[in-house]
Every structure is written in C-alpha cells, then in structure tokens.
Design a protein around this ligand. Structure first.
Ligand SMILES: Nc1nc2c(ncn2[C@@H]2O[C@H](COP(=O)(O)OP(=O)(O)OP(=O)(O)O)[C@@H](O)[C@H]2O)c(=O)[nH]1
Ligand SMILES: [Zn+2]
Length: 204
C-alpha cells in the first residue's frame, strides 16, 4: 500500500497510450456495446470520453504527500478531535469501472501539526479519482494522513453505494457499504471511537 500512497501510480505505467489510441479504444467499446460509431451523435464521443477520463481519474497524477505536507503548527489551546464529515466523493470500482458514490468522514487528533481543512477533502479527491475498492480507499486516506501529519490518531469512515451492485449484477439499489480505518488513539481507545461515531451521527 505504501507504494500506492508514496508514488504516482501513473509512474509505474511505462508508456501511456496516445490520445488517438485512447479514442480508438472508446470506439471499440462503443462497437462492443452495439452502437454505430459512424453516426453523427457519436462523432465526438471518443474525444469527450478520453477527456472525461483525464478528469475522473486525475488522482493518478496527484501526490497526497504534497497536499498533506502543507501543515501549520498546532493552534494554541486546541488539541482535541478535528472532524470533517460528510465529504462527498465519486470514485469508480476497480472491478467494473462503474461509479461508487459516497461520503467520507475523517478525523484526527493533532499531535503538534494541524492541516488546512480543505486538504482533508483534497486527499479524498486524490484517492477517489482512481480505480478503487472501498476498503483500499479507506485505508489509503487514513495511512496518508497518518504518515504525513503524524497525529495522535486518525479515523476514517466511508459510506458508499456501489452502482455495480445497483445497475447490474445483483441489482440491489440503495444499499450502503460502510468501511472504517482507525490508527493511534482511535485504534487503541474505544472511547475515542465512540466519540468519532457520535459526532458523525450528529449527536455530539
Ligand atoms: N470488497 C469489495 N468488493 C467490491 C467493491 N466494489 C465492487 N465489489 C465486488 O467485487 C466483486 C467482483 O466479483 P466477480 O465475481 O469477480 O465479478 P462479477 O461476476 O461481475 O460479480 P457480480 O457483481 O456479482 O455480478 C463483486 O462481488 C462486487 O460487488 C469494493 O469496493 N470492495
Ligand atoms: Zn464493481
């Protein structure tokens, strides 16, 4: 997992295809779906899909450590839980390349350094905009924050609907998958986990 967090996964791909090759691949999939690539409505679709992949999978070219490296000293007088909850995200499952729609709740206990709040949401974006399993994404977000900020603990919960389970296959709409990763005090102290859960559910 470290390799996924520390490096740009795109570096591991020795040669990215050209744009023309990517557009040709889209044409192939359109034909596989049963459509006619020569009809007018599809003329620009390969170009649009290739451009949209650049955006939807932009996380491969972004380094979470760079984003999380911009910290500032602990805010005087505050050393308690910092929780950003209900961060919406879209990802794609690595099995079917179909959307995962969810929200992330992320907390940490400062250990000397504090993150800009937007950086927490940026980390969700970086890992979300890659092909994922929900478990891996949850662990990656927690590990990236833990490794760079070195707080007293990190808690990550992701709640998501997998459209590969809703639109196809078993076709169960509306089910939610919940995954959690706890480090440090959140892992060792059940009381801290309860506080995290209570704050997420809005009763804190
Ligand atoms: N653990 C985990 N599984 C996932 C995630 N996203 C999708 N899956 C599952 O990955 C599995 C892939 O199963 P396969 O049997 O190889 O593929 P499949 O024949 O398309 O499976 P079905 O979806 O059951 O039709 C399915 O059970 C999906 O529900 C995820 O984030 N985490
Ligand atoms: Zn899937």
């Amino acid at each position: 997992m470290d390799a996924i967090i520390k490096n740009f996964p795109s570096d591991a791909v020795d040669t990215r295809p050209t744009l023309a090759e990517a557009e040709e691949a889209v044409r192939t999939l359109l034909r596989w779906a049963g459509d006619d690539v020569s009809r007018e409505g599809l003329a620009d679709t390969p170009k649009r899909v290739a451009a949209s992949y650049r955006e939807l999978f932009s996380g491969y070219d972004q380094d979470p450590e760079e984003v999380l490296g911009r910290t500032f000293e602990e805010v005087a007088g505050y050393d308690d839980i910092v929780l950003v909850k209900d961060i919406p995200f879209f990802s794609h499952c690595e099995h079917h390349m179909v959307p995962i729609i969810g929200k992330a709740h992320i907390a940490y206990l400062p250990g000397g350094k504090v993150l800009g709040l937007s950086k927490i949401a940026r980390v969700v974006e970086i890992f979300g905009r890659r092909l994922q399993t929900q478990e891996a994404m949850t662990a990656q977000v927690a590990s990236a924050i833990d490794g760079t900020l070195q707080p007293r603990g990190v808690a990550v919960m992701i709640e998501a609907e997998h459209l590969c389970m809703a639109m196809r296959g078993i076709q169960k709409q509306g089910s939610t998958t919940i995954t959690t990763t706890f480090t440090g005090a959140f892992k060792s102290d059940p009381h801290e986990q309860v506080r995290f859960m209570t704050l997420i559910r809005g009763r804190g």
